[in-house]
Design a protein around this ligand. Sequence first.
Ligand SMILES: C[S@@+](CC[C@H](N)C(=O)[O-])C[C@H]1O[C@@H](n2cnc3c(N)ncnc32)[C@H](O)[C@@H]1O
Length: 221
Amino acid sequence: MLKKVKKIIFPIAKLAFNTFHLKQRKYTYSGIEVSISSEVFPPHFTISTKILLDFIKPLNLTNQSFLELGCGSGIISLFAASKGAQVTASDINLIAIEALKKASIKNKIPVDVVYSDLFKNINKQHFDYIIINPPYYPKQPKNDKERAWFCGENFEYFQNLFEELETQSVTNTWMILSEDCKLNTIKQLALNKGFLFELLLEKTVYKEKNYIFSVQKKAIN
Ligand SMILES: C[S@@+](CC[C@H](N)C(=O)[O-])C[C@H]1O[C@@H](n2cnc3c(N)ncnc32)[C@H](O)[C@@H]1O
C-alpha cells in the first residue's frame, strides 16, 4: 500500500522539488543559516538531515573531534561546531565545499572544510564521532550533484566506505538510512568488512521509517 502511494506521489513531489530546488535556498537550524544551491543536497524536503540534527542536539560535544563525512550544506557540521566540537567537514562536491567555507565565516563558526573522496584527503587522527548521511540509491552518479543520491550500481560507495573505515580510529560511527534503501545489502557489505549495525534510533516521518545506526567493529571471540 505504502509503495503504491509513493508511486503516485513521487512524480508530483519530484516536479515540485525540482522547481523549488532550481533557486539558491536558505536553510536554518538553531539560528545557523546556510545557503544551498541546486548542486548540493537539500535538507529542506529530505528528512534525514533534520533527524540527525535533532539526534545530536542533546549531546555534550565540547572538545569532541567530529567528522561529517559527506557534509553537503554543512548544517550538521556547523551545528556540532556551535556546540563546541572540533569539526572536520568533508565532501566530494566542490560547490558544497566552497559554500560551506563561506557559511562558516558568515556564521562565525569555525569548521575545517576538506575536499575529499571519503577519507582520502582527511588527515589521520582519532575521531570521537563520524556522522554519515550517505547516498543510497543503486545507480551510477553522472555528476557531483547526483553523488548526493546515488551510491553506484553495485553499491560502490558503501564498498569503499567500509573498506576505508577499517583503517580509521573512531569511537562512534553513526549512519542514517531509511526503509527506502536496500538495508540488507548495505548491512552485508558492512559485515564483509567486519562491521555490525546497532540500531540507535527509529523514527517514522511521512510514513517512512528512518534509522540511525551505530556502525561497530564486530568483536573477535
Ligand atoms: C545524502 S547527502 C548528505 C549531506 C549532509 N551530510 C546532510 O545530512 O545534509 C550525501 C553527501 O555525500 C557526498 N558524497 C557522496 N559520495 C562521496 C564520497 N565518495 N566522498 C565524500 N563525499 C561524498 C555527497 O556529495 C553529498 O553531499
